[in-house]
Design a protein around this ligand. Structure first.
Ligand code: NDP
Length: 339
């Protein structure tokens, strides 16, 4: 019998995650049965969407219900296997409970190969969610051409820092929008953005007009609200608006009326193509995306930053950083040692 700590969804928050939203409990784990795996969690990915799963909106997948274990995307080691598809000692990734150990029948899990030259945290942090999201959102939804001007919001975050660099690899001019001078410095010094706009200080529309006087070809939205309106205001005719995320709205309840976008009229005036996507719809092409991204990482063409919190007990604080902007890069929680 193994014991594990596990986070449970206790009470739906009114807005921001509260002290009693999630509770950590210690519990016994029964032995792995026929077809089952015993998993040890190594890294837990913190994703903005984790907060959405605690709300009462209609979503793109099943939410977590009060009383259930909180779940998240994680990298785990198989420490006992009764399932030939996932031998003991192998690394797997998938949706598992926020816990030290868990049992799984293998559904939804995929084997994770070690990539020579990349640390496990780098490979998981970039290739599991943020990298494929940036690649699919920009190249398959935004579809920029060389010479296009691409604008990215939450540009210093996990997805945003990669979108700008992928756009540059494809010959685009890039403008990143982020909060504060430190993040804006990172945009131009570390993540290859041509220009940075600090939305906490600058007049975003005025700066966009200055930096892109002929308009913007592709706007990659991670935030929503005022940022999306600023983007819609300065689009070029026939431009593309990629709706990747709307993090500024995720703390609201289903009954709340979320304002805007006020510049919706520009979908007609500028003949815009606006398209949302969910990366889960692209899982069958993951090997291809991951090979492309890993290649750029190994060639030193893709810079990235991880923000690693230690310990399962600190997972909720790590998640909250995404909502205050306290994170510097992709947020992971290290639950246990790599080997
Ligand atoms: P980030 O690492 O970008 O962290 C979130 C950032 O968002 C914060 O650092 C902060 O940056 C900014 N932010 C948070 N709240 C606000 C606010 N109210 N107003 C303005 N900025 C805010 O997270 P991810 O890269 O993991 O996620 C970015 C987006 O991508 C999210 O919207 C997420 O839902 C979406 N996503 C979508 C996927 C899909 O399949 N469509 C898959 C994965 C992610 P700053 O300090 O600059 O304000």
């Amino acid at each position: 019998m193994t014991h594990t700590r596990r986070w449970y969804f206790n009470r739906r928050p009114a807005k921001d995650i509260e002290a009693d939203t999630l509770l950590l409990r210690e519990e016994a784990l029964p032995p792995a049965g026929a077809g089952q795996l015993l998993l040890r969690t190594i890294y837990l990915s913190m994703d903005a969407t984790n907060r959405l799963w605690l709300g009462d909106w209609d979503l793109y997948m099943e939410p977590v219900r009060p009383g259930e274990a909180m779940k998240g995307f994680a990298l785990c080691e198989v420490i006992e296997s009764h399932n030939a598809a996932f031998p003991a000692g192998s690394l797997v990734a998938g949706l598992v409970p926020w816990s030290d150990y868990s049992l799984s029948d293998g559904s939804g899990l995929s084997l994770v190969p070690r990539i020579a030259g990349l640390k496990l945290a780098e490979a998981f942090g970039v290739l599991a969610i943020a990298g494929p999201t940036a690649l699919v959102g920009l190249m398959e939804i935004g579809r920029p051409k060389a010479g296009d001007t691409v604008v990215v919001t939450a540009a210093a975050g996990a997805v945003g820092m990669l979108v700008g660099q992928i756009a540059r690899i494809h010959g685009c001019r890039t403008i990143g929008i982020a909060g504060g001078p430190d993040k804006c410095r990172m945009l131009t010094e570390s993540f290859g953005y041509d220009h940075a706009i600090d939305y906490k200080r600058d007049d975003v529309v005025a700066r966009l007009r200055e930096l892109a006087p002929d308009g913007v070809d592709v706007h990659f939205e991670n935030v929503g609200g005022d940022m999306l309106d600023a983007g819609l205001t300065v689009m070029k005719n026939f431009g593309a608006v990629v709706i990747c995320g709307l993090i500024s709205t995720y703390n609201s309840a289903a009954g709340d009326r979320i304002p805007g976008p006020y510049m919706f009229r520009n979908l007609i005036m500028r003949r815009l193509r606006v398209e949302g996507f969910v990366i889960l719809d692209y899982l069958d092409r993951y090997p291809q995306y991951q090979a492309q991204l890993a290649g750029w990482m190994l060639e030193g063409r893709l810079n990235y930053r991880l923000d690693i919190t230690e310990g399962l007990e600190n997972a909720v604080d790590a998640l909250k950083m995404l909502y205050t902007g306290a994170n510097n890069g992709k947020v992971l929680v290290r639950i246990g040692p790599e080997s």
